[in-house]
Design a protein around this ligand. Structure first.
Ligand code: ADP
Length: 375
């Protein structure tokens, strides 16, 4: 897609891979942008070094519309950073505020009547006593700052509970979220963009496959029946009707008895939607670029060709080597994020494989890539 240049300069808070892929969409559409980053090497610095600043004042003054790539900022920090331009942040700060903390997310879902695992907030000794009446196993999550499963632990006995309380700094005042351990048969994710006028774009429902709490493979279409699709669309409708403005992605658990339980949401573009870059008419980044500049051009719903996306995680510590993939008789789209240093488990890139006529076992293809790629 190419569009006439828009006069708005987009300010992206962050300079990681999500910022990079948004920047690529913005450039293709003729828009300009500036990232607020740190002095360190980063995906955006690798490809567009002139478009990253560490100067908050320059960032605020030069840009007219803003977005972000993670939920690690408090609303106070965002308000301080953007000053009188804070209302020009997409997602709206009020919408964002639900997602910066796993406990406030659960509170929102519960208030909207969206089904989720049984949960309690563990903020003080009283809450801890209540948790101690729960049967093992259960799941404990750091309320803030976790990602890629790093703040998530299954607790099977008292010793593990003590360990998690220490590791997650409960006794130093950190808040925890305890959840029932769900017997998950599938994990799926779907998101939407919603503007201040109520205009919406629905992203495709994808299935995600995790290993050790980290998503390593995503495929479309998901292996779920119509009733699951309907339940999730209904949950998304409730979320949209609550007035959320921004781009959001939600993860759900599907259980053996076909229940749908919401896991978590993110107020930003998301790894599970990367296959839209190559398999859809509009990627999640194109859509965010449109909502930031010219929302009238955005479609109401985006679908995808049958596709699998595999996350390319670092396998060693040190400089990255060239990506080697098994040869495949299908359209294959590798994307590296320009990170100079590898470390085990670090997200270095992704590969999407498309099978337009849907006759290939794409999950098997994804697993083959996971097993054989070298970086
Ligand atoms: P993160 O924010 O780090 O991605 P999540 O809350 O999404 O963490 O959890 C990571 C993974 O851990 C999930 O994708 C799921 O596989 C597993 N998990 C999380 N919560 C539960 C739960 N309540 N019951 C069972 N498994 C869970």
């Amino acid at each position: 897609m190419t569009h006439a240049a828009n006069r708005e300069k987009i300010g992206i808070i962050g300079d990681g891979q999500l910022a990079l892929m948004l920047a690529e969409s913005l450039i293709r559409m003729g828009n300009t942008f500036l990232c607020l980053g740190t002095a360190q090497q980063s995906p955006v610095r690798t490809f567009f070094p002139e478009s990253v600043t560490t100067d908050q004042e320059r960032f605020r003054n030069e840009c007219n519309v803003f977005t972000l790539e993670n939920e690690f900022h408090t609303t106070l920090q965002l308000n301080n950073l953007l000053g009188e331009k804070a209302p020009r942040l997409f997602p709206e700060i009020k919408s964002y505020s639900h997602f910066a903390d796993k406990i406030s997310q659960r509170t929102l879902y519960q208030a909207l009547g969206i089904a989720g695992p049984r949960w309690i907030a563990v903020k003080n000794v009283q809450d801890l006593l209540e948790l101690k009446s729960w049967a093992y196993p259960y799941v404990i999550k750091a309320s803030q700052g976790g990602y890629d499963g790093k703040g998530v632990r299954v607790v099977r006995n008292e010793a593990e509970l003590e360990q998690v309380l220490n590791d997650f700094r409960f006794f130093q005042g950190a808040h925890l979220l305890a959840e029932e351990k769900v017997e998950i048969v599938r994990e799926v994710a779907q998101g939407f963009l919603r503007g201040a006028t109520g205009q919406m774009t629905l992203l495709p429902l994808v299935e995600t496959v995790q290993e050790s709490g980290v998503c390593n493979l995503v495929h479309y279409p998901p292996n779920v029946d119509e009733s699951i699709l309907g339940k999730i669309e209904n949950d998304l409708k409730l979320l949209a009707q609550s007035g959320l403005v921004g781009i959001f992605n939600f993860e759900f658990f599907v259980t053996a008895d076909q229940r749908v339980l919401i896991n978590e949401g993110a107020p930003r573009t998301h790894n599970s939607q990367h296959l839209t870059i190559d398999a859809s008419d509009y990627s999640q980044f194109d859509l965010l670029a449109l909502y930031l500049t010219d929302p009238a051009r955005a479609p109401a719903r985006v679908s995808a060709l049958p596709a699998v996306m595999v996350n390319i995680l670092g396998q060693h510590s040190g400089p990255c080597h060239e990506l080697k993939l098994p040869s495949l008789p299908l359209k294959t789209y590798p994307k590296l994020y320009g990170k100079e240093t590898c470390s085990p488990g670090r997200k270095m890139g992704h590969v999407t494989v498309i099978d337009a006529n849907g006759s290939t076992d794409l999950i098997a293809v994804g697993k083959k890539i996971l097993k054989e790629y070298q970086l």
